[in-house]
Design a protein around this ligand. Sequence first.
Ligand SMILES: [Zn+2]
Length: 243
Amino acid sequence: MLRGAGSVVALTGAGISVPSGIPDFRTPQTGLWENVNPMEVAHIDAWRRDPQRFWAFYGHRFHVLEGKEPNGAHAALAELERCGVVDAVVTQNIDVLHRKAGTRRLIEVHGTIETSSCLACGARYPLADVRERLEADAAGVPRCDCARPLKPDVVLFGEMLPEAAIAEATRLAAFADVLLCVGSSLEVWPVAGLVDVTLDAGGAVAIVTQGPTPYDDVAAVKLTGDVVSELEAVLAATGAAGS
Ligand SMILES: [Zn+2]
């Protein structure tokens, strides 16, 4: 399928980062945040109302993501792009692992932890700087030079999705001969909608995900094995590696 396709777009979700030691954000947390609903504490209203509590939670997320490295599945997608098989990666993940693996055309539809911004003055700070500010602040709230609390450039619950990223992802999905869905349950908008865009335009959908998705019946291929071994096998089968 991939060899015969003019355009292949990969669509990835939390499942691709699990082998890197990053738990799915929506699964129950451990330790301090065990009984906390992420949809409540990582909500834009929580950031506005109680930045101290919000940043206690987000600081914990930063800590979980710290030092995590891309795995073989991220590397296989980067290699498939390098060889001209995959055109772009659209991801729900905020963990920056696709970029670390070498993916060049990356559309992060839920934003990224790479930077945080001040909604008042528009200043933007890189992650390392935000962590320093977080640690230096008595209340644990990273603050802009203008003293207002920063917000991670991640789409929080209750926030709009980034319009430009969604538009680009939709364009890519419409032109894709194959939409290669990896590690996503395809239940959350916008990724579920992107599958429909590809199918409606006459493209095919291939799914590499453990567990069911609403699109299993219409997918041309469904692979349910370990995401790293499946994608490494796909890479080997295309004959793209090392070319
Ligand atoms: Zn500011």
